[in-house]
Design a protein. Structure first.
Length: 313
């Protein structure tokens, strides 16, 4: 077996289409590489294939190399939408139909990039891997980007990312904004900036809340397309609030969603006017695009809205 390349995460470039990640399981951080691609599941979902140093491959589930090949063959993992009428979906951003598309990846290039990542970790894709205890049913989703602290060569600074639409002349670039635990942020593989500059970056027009119908949108590393409708549905102030909340959780504080759900349980256990106002305050502190997560998958935030006597939407 090829020896593991312990410097791979330092030598691999951080680009807008692939970047280093760590499994976020406490005490079991596993290094990996995230590669932009699509999942074909009704709509075509922009996501990542995640390749880990123990040989695991994540794409809405944990797979070995052979199983991943089957996902490519069955067109579950795809380099672009497979049907002309299919909608492109971006979690926590929006959906759109598309036209006039130019795609630059293929099934073969995705497979080659996955194999290159496995080789970078000293893994032979044909060997497969044995599932480890640190992988739960949703472990593929529990990963975080990171960067190495300048001048150290090894100190890892964890981050969290949100989708962002950057203006680029006549078109837009759909990329990611990453906030790191040391309060620095960057867009794609761009320069690092302090969190204090984030609001100004939105105000001066660098980013857009949405792309109008017939706008060209470029997806780094994958291609470009023209929208068939308005694309994007997250208000500027909500996105900024979300980024600041992610920074707080990186520093060990509870998320606004966790706080809201805690206040709801307290209110249910012992209803009072004071607890109701605390619940109201914590609920409205949650960015609007995230409020549906203040509950389980079925009821979402409806029980909280009922308790606060708000419209059911």
């Amino acid at each position: 077996m090829t020896s593991k390349n312990t410097n791979s995460l330092e030598t691999w470039p951080i680009t807008q289409s692939a970047w280093p990640i760590l499994s976020s399981k406490p005490g079991n951080r596993i290094a990996g590489r995230a590669i932009s691609t699509f999942i074909n599941n009704g709509q075509c979902h922009l996501t990542t294939v995640e390749v880990y140093e123990d040989g695991a491959i994540g794409c809405w589930g944990i797979l070995d190399r052979k199983s991943f090949e089957e996902k490519l063959t069955s067109r579950w993992v795809v380099p672009y939408p497979v049907e002309a009428e299919q909608r492109i979906s971006v979690f926590n951003f929006g959906t759109t139909g598309f036209t006039d598309a130019t795609w630059i990846q293929s099934v073969e290039t995705i497979a080659k990039e996955v194999d290159a990542a496995l080789a970078g970790f000293g893994r032979d894709g044909a060997m497969g891997f044995e599932p480890k205890p640190h992988y739960g049913n949703l472990a593929w989703f529990e990963s975080r980007p990171f960067r190495l602290l300048a001048g150290t060569g090894s100190q890892q600074i964890l981050g969290e990312s949100v989708p962002i639409l950057r203006r680029t002349g006549e078109a837009f670039e759909l990329t990611r904004l990453t906030i790191y635990a040391d309060s620095l942020w960057q867009v794609g593989s761009g320069d690092l900036s302090p969190i204090s500059d984030l609001g100004a970056a939105f105000l001066d027009g660098q980013f857009a809340e949405s792309a109008e119908q017939k706008s060209f949108v470029r997806v780094p590393g994958l291609g470009k397309f023209r929208t068939t409708g308005r694309f994007g549905a997250v208000a500027q102030e909500d996105r900024i609030s979300e980024v600041k909340d992610k920074l707080a959780t990186l520093k060990g504080e509870p998320s606004v969603i966790t706080t809201c759900m805690t206040r709801f349980m307290e209110f249910e256990r012992e209803p009072s006017a004071e607890r109701k106002e605390a619940l109201r305050s914590s609920y409205f502190a949650v960015p609007r695009q995230l409020r549906r997560f203040c509950g389980d998958m079925n009821s979402q935030d409806l029980p909280i809205r009922a308790a606060l006597e708000l419209d059911r939407r």
